[in-house]
Ligand binder design. Structure first.
Ligand code: NAD
Ligand code: UD1
Length: 333
């Protein structure tokens, strides 16, 4: 299939392109490079020995987007492009609503005009807010988001559902990611956060390489096995493979389908630290500090629906995630 990838040079999209190319799909990529580097394209090519048709375009730019895509036959779009820093979204809400929502609206308009009605969207477990039950199935009601980033995902999901409801020729798969970490085992692709990392694994790898003195563990008084927050960490390569499988749902004319992409296992912050230390033989100094506002105690998926319908399940272990995250970070020095 010819697959359009928005946000093509980003963390999750770059890994997904590798898996798609290895499954003989052809890629047209779009990115404005606001949070990624053009070098990613060379690194993808080093792994797959295949090129992608790449355009440096902001998806809010209707004219350039339409112009770039009008001569391509696109079978499906996988829409990753978006701003994703939770803290920044609180201080710059209008930028987040503009980029993520207007970007998606412009993309949908162009897709419709060029006759592509198949879309896979990168959503997040953040839409469950404080989940009504654990493990989280797709039936769990959506909750109150604690930040504008989360609301953009919440709202875009609704926009997609309404679009499909109005015009039944759309097929839309919404993938709710849990906590993607890890990196490509080659060490050529991974996550490069700007500034001080918000998320746990990039912070740990920056402590490991000496860039930061210690990790601050946000609270050890949660109702969890060791008091620290529990999450469903998923290897980015497993996540990427979930997108390849989601194409089958699109081909089967699924209407709208929502899938959780997680492992079904919850690990605490201390579990992650200790696994990282054991696998990589590096000590991670840490200090317990206050809870982070907006955090919840426990969040992990029940990925049974993806297993049953997409025939997908995560295969990499937490050990693999810790090893590959460090392998990538240590090559950046
Ligand atoms: P990323 O920042 O590495 O990738 C996003 C890419 O989109 C970047 O390359 C950026 O330059 C590009 N982009 C942003 N706005 C754009 C625009 N207007 N036009 C064109 N390109 C634009 O992020 P990621 O971690 O790879 O996340 C990919 C998607 O998955 C995002 O939508 C994110 O919200 C979602 N998601 C990520 C996580 C996570 O933990 N990483 C969890 C849940 C959902
Ligand atoms: C965060 C976002 C969520 C987003 C997800 C993936 C918040 C409140 N939520 O989820 O919207 O979809 O990232 O990008 O930011 N932790 C520490 N010290 C750190 C960093 C994190 O102890 O320096 C703890 C957290 O308290 C949490 C766990 O590690 O218990 C995971 O945190 P993080 O990686 O930021 O992911 P989430 O909070 O699950």
């Amino acid at each position: 299939m010819n697959i359009l990838i928005t946000g093509a040079t980003g963390f999750i999209a770059s890994h997904t392109i590798v898996e798609l190319q290895q499954n003989n799909h052809d890629i047209i990529g779009i990115d404005n490079l606001s949070n990624s580097s053009i070098d990613t394209l060379d690194n993808i090519e080093k792994i797959t020995k295949k090129k992608i048709d790449f355009y440096q375009i902001d998806i809010r730019d209707y004219d350039r987007l339409k112009d770039a895509l009008k001569n391509h036959k696109i079978d499906c779009c996988i829409h990753f492009a978006g701003l994703k820093a939770v803290g920044e979204s609180v201080s710059k809400p209008l930028e987040y609503y503009d980029n993520n929502i207007n970007g998606t609206l412009t993309l949908l308009k162009v897709l419709k005009e060029i006759g592509c009605h198949n879309l896979i969207f990168s959503s997040s477990a953040t839409v469950y807010g404080s989940p009504k039950f654990i493990p989280i199935t797709e039936d769990c009601p959506k909750g109150i988001c604690t930040n504008p980033y989360g609301w953009t995902k919440h709202m875009i999901e609704q926009i997609l559902i309404d679009t499909q409801n109005a015009t039944k020729d759309w097929n839309i798969v919404i993938l709710r990611y849990f906590n993607p970490i890890g990196a490509h085992p080659s060490g050529l692709l991974g996550e490069k956060p700007n500034g001080i990392p918000n998320n746990l694994m990039p912070y740990i790898t920056q402590v490991a390489c000496g860039k930061r003195e210690k990790l601050f563990v946000y609270g050890n008084d949660y109702n969890t096995h060791d008091g620290t927050g529990v999450r469903d960490y998923i290897h980015v390569v497993d996540l990427a493979r979930g997108h390849v499988k989601a194409l089958n749902a699109i081909n089967n004319k699924c209407g709208v389908e929502i899938f959780n992409l997680g492992t079904g296992h919850g690990y605490s912050v201390l579990d992650v630290i200790h696994t990282f230390e054991k696998v990589n033989q590096i000590k991670i100094p840490y200090e317990i500090t206050d809870r982070r506002p907006g955090d919840i105690a426990t969040c992990y998926a029940k990925p049974a629906k993806a297993e049953k319908i997409l025939k997908w399940c995560a295969e990499f272990t937490l050990e693999d995630m810790c090893r590959d995250s460090w392998n990538y970070q240590s090559k950046q020095r």
